[in-house]
Design a protein. Structure first.
Length: 72
């Protein structure tokens, strides 16, 4: 189910982001925060969370001054 969720600024509305927030609150309430963290950290589950927690920024930062300087 979670692999169908894609969160980007263009693909979501505030109500859909609130729905996802409530979904994760319910998961934490029913499974416990520790178990949710274990499942989210499991490498075999990472492909299912790519739309929710992307590893690569899909849009440029809104404020270029807030971007950290490059590492030298």
């Amino acid at each position: 189910m979670l692999s169908n969720i894609v969160i980007t600024e263009d693909d979501t509305t505030s109500s859909s982001r609130i729905f996802i927030k409530i979904l994760f609150q319910e998961l934490a309430e029913n499974m416990g925060l520790k178990e949710v963290n274990v499942r989210l950290s499991d490498p075999s589950m990472q492909p299912h969370f790519m739309g929710i927690f992307p590893r690569v920024r899909q849009t440029p930062p809104l404020n270029p001054l807030s971007t950290p300087p490059p590492l030298l």
